[in-house]
Design a protein around this ligand. Structure first.
Ligand SMILES: [Zn+2]
Length: 204
C-alpha cells in the first residue's frame, strides 16, 4: 500500500522532484531511503482523503539519489502545497518530541511509545504527550499606521511585530498585554483575537 513518507535528517526533509520542476512528498510503499531497523517509523494522522502518513528520522541525509532533494522545513513552504507543508510540520514535531523524551522526567526510566501521540514510562508508568509552547504575536495599530519593533536579537535591520511566549497561568490576552508592556512600554486597548496557526520550529 502506498503512503506518504515524511523523511527527515535533522531539520531537513526529503522532497521528491517531479519532471515539471515542482516538488512533492515521496508517496510509495516503502521509505524512499534506507531506514535502520532501530529507527522508529511514526504513524501520523492520515490526510482527509485517507492517505496514510509515516514519519521517520535518518542519521544521514539522502544525497545520492537524483530523484530526491533535502530541504529545510521553512524553505519547503515555497516548494510544497499547503497540505503537505502543514503535515511536514506535524511530522517534524512528532520526531522532535520523540527524540527529546527518551527518558522519564519523574524516574529516569526509558520511555516507550504508547499511542501515536503519547509515550509511557516503562518503569513508573508516567505518560507524556507532545508539548506545545504557546506564543502570541500582536499587530498594534493606530489609525492606518502599525507599530513595528526592532529587537536586539534580530539579525539585520528588519522590523517585526511584538511577540512572545505565553507564561503558565496566563490567558492569551494577558500575555499580549504583558509582552507589549515589556517590549515597548505601551498599554493597549481594543484587543481583538485574529487567528491561530501551528508553528513547528519546534513545538510552537
Ligand atoms: Zn518513570
Amino acid at each position: 500500500m502506498k503512503r506518504y513518507w515524511f523523511v527527515f535528517c535533522q531539520s531537513d526533509i526529503v522532497l521528491e522532484k517531479l519532471s515539471d520542476g515542482t516538488y512533492t512528498i515521496p508517496f510509495s510503499e516503502n521509505a524512499p531511503a534506507f531506514v535502520k531497523s532501530s529507527a522508529t517509523v511514526h504513524t501520523i494522522t492520515p490526510f482527509e482523503d485517507g492517505s496514510e502518513v509515516r514519519a521517520v528520522s535518518l542519521d544521514i541525509p539522502v544525497i545520492d539519489d537524483p530523484r530526491y532533494e533535502m530541504c529545510g522545513l521553512r524553505a519547503s513552504y515555497y516548494k510544497l502545497n499547503i497540505n503537505l507543508y502543514n503535515k511536514a510540520g506535524k511530522c517534524q514535531e512528532i520526531l522532535y518530541w520523540d527524540q527529546n523524551t527518551r527518558f522519564c522526567g519523574v524516574c529516569g526510566g526509558p520511555m516507550k511509545l504508547h499511542t501515536d501521540i503519547s509515550k509511557r514510562c516503562t518503569v513508573c508508568g508516567k505518560e507524556v504527550w507532545p508539548q506545545l509552547s504557546t506564543a502570541v504575536i500582536v499587530l498594534i495599530s493606530r489609525g492606518d499606521e502599525i507599530l513595528l519593533v526592532h529587537a536586539r536579537n534580530f539579525r539585520g535591520t528588519f522590523y517585526g511585530l511584538v511577540a512572545g511566549f505565553v507564561e503558565t497561568g496566563e490567558t492569551l490576552e494577558e500575555a499580549v498585554r504583558r509582552e507589549v508592556k515589556e517590549e515597548i512600554g505601551l498599554a493597549i486597548k481594543h484587543l481583538r483575537y485574529f487567528g491561530s496557526q501551528p508553528w513547528p520550529y519546534p513545538s510552537g
